[in-house]
Design a protein around this ligand. Sequence first.
Ligand SMILES: Nc1ncnc2c1ncn2[C@@H]1O[C@H](COP(=O)(O)OP(=O)(O)O)[C@@H](O)[C@H]1O
Ligand SMILES: Cc1cn([C@H]2C[C@H](O)[C@@H](COP(=O)(O)OP(=O)(O)O)O2)c(=O)[nH]c1=O
Length: 218
Amino acid sequence: MASGFFISFEGIDGAGKSSHIAPLAKALRAQGHVVTVTREPGGTALAEKLRTLLLHDEMDALTEVLLVFAARRDHLRCVIEPALARGEVVLCDRFTDATFAYQGAGRGFSPTILALLEQWVQAQPDLPDSTIRQPDVTLWFDLPPAVAAARLVDARQPDRFEALNQDFFARVAQGYADRAAQDPHRFVRLDAAQTPTAVWRQLLAALVCRGWLDEAQP
Ligand SMILES: Nc1ncnc2c1ncn2[C@@H]1O[C@H](COP(=O)(O)OP(=O)(O)O)[C@@H](O)[C@H]1O
Ligand SMILES: Cc1cn([C@H]2C[C@H](O)[C@@H](COP(=O)(O)OP(=O)(O)O)O2)c(=O)[nH]c1=O
């Protein structure tokens, strides 16, 4: 059985993450991997309830942070860790980098407290001392906020985050850039301003060079 790996998809709203998850799952399955596709906030019955609250109910930044990490804890315990233990590939639409970008950089919430919660919630007794569960690779769809906003105009009804202004998304984009600079081996920056086909090629190249996919792809 192939050993499991964990890939997260990150970027501001409208960067093109969701459009690439199903095609990547299909490509991986075609090459024999068992794939779990999931998302944050969400991924379990409890975490999906918290997602609905987070996306639609007004609350302060601390409440938002606590709900996001509560959802993550349940998701890790019930879905992500069991799938990795079975040797599956986990594709997750957002993970903790989104919390540093949205609640940290976007809302101005303390990165020190976020880092503490990250250590606490993602602690892994099975991993070596002080190692926490993180994605093996984070595909970062990097796109200027103005381009993302233009893409979303006709695409869907905005949720509580998508309705925020360009200044907020400029801070979130910077938050992702800072997080990527802190962990350059985990982050793969994709130029998400390119055509969908060109973005897909960048994404495939990142997996092929890690030996997770064979070269031959449609
Ligand atoms: N490379 C691209 N160029 C132009 N439009 C795109 C591209 N990637 C995605 N889109 C469109 O932009 C919108 C947002 O894409 P989506 O995948 O839902 O983004 P996200 O999941 O990051 O919010 C959708 O209408 C999608 O069809
Ligand atoms: C995971 C996570 C998401 N979010 C926000 C970012 C998004 O605006 C929203 C939902 O993410 P997403 O699933 O990308 O929304 P959609 O399906 O509409 O594309 O939640 C946070 O603020 N913090 C987090 O930790």
